[in-house]
Design a protein around this ligand. Structure first.
Ligand code: UDP
Length: 314
């Protein structure tokens, strides 16, 4: 007996494919949609034999046609790494704006629950620390990162408008840095880059002084948080992330040590508008969803390193 049908846009991506696994394992029927610009079918190969899984190669900035009933729409399609959204800024803007509109339209037509993948980037280079959901952010709208930050801010506004005007049951997850198996080696983000560099005994490229901070959440914790959010009745945005904050230099050192690599750290220019600090305030998720991350950075890094080294050796 299926619990329902979930449509996951961006289903072949890092977060999207893990969500496909999670909902399938909980007896949902899953329809994954992806145009494979940054997604990868390798992330879904193991699901193609599942009776309850279907994949549509489709760009969600165009009308989304699904003939069957749908209970839940998870809108996760978007480039998510700074390198990606700087390379494809227009697609990034379109999927967050037009794509969100189409995904909301699908949810409305099907009378389905809608969950938006928003981001800690809505807080920009934050002036409040840690960042609670009540903080409105410090974003440069015309900066290089603005294409991602502003389209996600627009997506939140659009989602709330569908809730207020059409009474659609909507939820907004503000997702902080998340990592784990299936991140692309070339996506440019600190975590896959550092692991590949350390495994190959190459220099780790830390940008700026390396004193900027991030707080990294392991994928299994994140997926559980999104699942609980999708079944909850909360409407206002909710932060999901791991508050365990670390400087980027210490993070690079931690990866070198865990791998036992002979790599050194080299410093490169800091990208423009790179946030100096980031740490989620997750009180709301703890209180409303009863959720908090359980997997330590040590354990999460070990399983991610194992995945990357298996791919390097295959
Ligand atoms: N970073 C780095 N070296 C890299 C890639 C990223 O030092 O090879 C830095 C980046 O400037 C930022 C932090 O690591 O301060 C996290 O970057 P990431 O791209 O992973 O995600 P962000 O949190 O900036 O979206």
């Amino acid at each position: 007996m299926n619990r329902g049908t979930v449509v996951i846009t961006g289903g072949a991506g890092f977060l999207g494919s893990h969500l496909c696994d999670y909902y399938i394992s909980r007896d949902w029927k899953v329809i994954a949609i992806d145009n494979l610009i940054t997604g990868d079918l390798d992330n879904l190969q193991h699901l193609f034999s599942e009776e309850n899984f279907k994949f549509l190669n489709h760009d969600v900035t165009n009308y989304i046609h699904i003939s069957e009933d749908v209970d839940l729409v998870l809108h996760f399609a978007s480039p998510a790494s700074p390198v990606d959204y700087l390379e494809i800024p227009i697609q990034t803007l379109k999927v967050g704006s037009i794509g969100t509109h189409k995904a909301l339209g699908l949810a409305k037509a099907k009378k389905a629950i809608f969950v938006l993948a928003s981001t800690s980037e809505v807080y920009g280079d934050p002036l409040v620390h840690p960042q609670p959901e009540t903080y409105w952010g410090n974003v440069n709208p015309i900066g290089y990162r603005g294409v991602y930050d502003e389209t996600k801010r627009f997506a939140e506004a659009m989602t709330m408008a569908y809730h207020r005007f059409h009474h659609l049951p909507t939820k907004i997850a503000r997702i902080f840095n998340t990592y784990g198996p299936r991140m692309r080696s070339n996506d440019g983000r600190a975590l896959p880059t550092f692991i590949y560099q350390a495994l190959l005994n190459e220099d780790l490229t830390v940008f700026g002084t390396g004193e900027q901070t991030r707080s990294f959440c392991y994928i299994d914790d994140m997926v559980e948080g999104i699942y609980l959010l999708s079944l909850s009745s909360v409407v206002e945005p909710i932060n999901l992330g791991n508050p365990d904050e670390i400087t980027i230099t210490d993070f690079a050192k931690e990866i070198i040590n865990l791998i036992g690599s002979s790599s050194n750290i080299v410093y490169r220019d800091l990208p423009i508008d790179d946030p100096k600090i980031r740490k989620p305030d997750i009180k709301k998720a703890q209180e409303i969803l009863g959720w908090s991350p359980k997997i330590s950075r040590h354990d999460g890094l070990l399983s991610t390193i194992k995945y990357v080294s298996e791919r390097l050796n295959s």
